[in-house]
Design a protein around this ligand. Structure first.
Ligand SMILES: [Zn+2]
Length: 305
């Protein structure tokens, strides 16, 4: 089984991208306007389709494909997926729209930032312009009183949207609330350059104000205790930023900054979690390199540092 029911009219699909479990998932909201949240990357579209079949969903019934942002692991597969969904329209932040229509630049930058990880995700195919609904903040009617609210939650990306579903009052944050490791029930930052700490903190306040009952992470799965988790994530971002800023002022190397984060962060300093991240082919690259780099670059750009 690659699907599971995680709430009222809500299902999670394990995408098994590149053979990695618990890395990326999509979600299905079973409203009268059937809605899919996240296509995931190009390479795992066949797995997503087999998940939809498992739930006995007819592909022509899907009305919306809601993308949190256009990064390869979230919206990269949209162009490929749409070939199988004749009636679906894509919801994406208006600033992400050009990258869906022409993914060339996105692919090039993903290759340089992610290296071999971009090859695991696969090259995105273009999405026809007429199938895209550009959004910022608003509410979509999913039929029979069900709603999908879109909330601008920038910081991780300049176009990250979160979606709030009305059946369970849960939120799909994309990458605005970190990466969730269901194995350990903890969150770590997802903050690659050009990460904006100030904007990310404001976005987290917006999510806290929604008082969600649950967070549905694209990486990975449903997490309870949503409001406290969002508050803890804010503190975690502030700690990483403080260590990066002090490290830069004291001319510390990247490795010294990284090692101090691992010592002082109460998630990262748990030996089982640290060794899980270090030995994970993807998280060792994203969490321990790109996400720390995001804070280092941010502290260089900060006008008052
Ligand atoms: Zn992501």
């Amino acid at each position: 089984m690659r699907t599971k029911e995680i709430g009222k009219n809500l299902f999670q699909v394990e995408l098994d991208t590149g053979g990695f479990r618990n890395l990326i998932c999509s979600y299905i909201i079973r409203a009268s306007k059937l809605t899919l949240v996240e296509s995931g990357p190009t390479s795992s579209i066949p797995n997503l389709i087999s998940g939809l079949k498992e739930l006995e969903i007819s592909l022509e019934d899907i009305q919306y494909l809601a993308i949190t942002h256009v990064h390869l692991d979230h919206g990269g597969g949209a162009g490929t997926l749409l070939k199988f969904l004749p009636n679906a329209q894509v919801l994406v932040h208006k600033r992400g729209m050009p990258h869906l229509i022409n993914p060339d630049r996105l692919w090039q930058s993903a290759q340089s930032v992610l290296g071999f990880v971009s090859e695991i995700f696969g090259k995105p195919e273009p999405v026809p312009k007429e199938r895209i609904i550009p959004v910022t903040e608003g509410t979509f009617d999913l039929g029979n009183g069900a709603k999908l609210k879109t909330v601008e939650t920038l910081g991780h990306a300049s176009h990250n949207l979160s979606y709030q579903e009305s059946f369970n009052n849960g939120v799909f944050p994309g990458d605005a609330a970190g990466t969730y490791f269901p194995e350990f029930d903890v969150v770590v930052p997802t903050t690659p350059p050009p990460f904006r700490l100030d904007v990310a903190l404001t976005s987290l306040d917006k999510l806290i104000n929604l008082q969600p009952t649950a967070l549905y992470y694209s990486h990975f799965g449903k997490a309870s205790n949503a409001v406290q988790r969002l508050r803890d994530y804010k503190s975690q971002l502030e700690l990483w930023a403080k260590i990066a800023e002090e490290g830069m002022k004291q001319n510390r190397s990247f490795e010294q900054i990284r090692d101090r984060i691992i010592v002082e962060d109460k998630v990262m300093n748990q030996p089982a979690i640290a060794s899980f991240i270090r030995s994970h082919r993807i998280y060792s690259k994203t969490v321990l390199e790109n996400c720390i780099k995001g804070f280092v670059e941010y502290s260089k750009r900060k006008p008052d540092s």
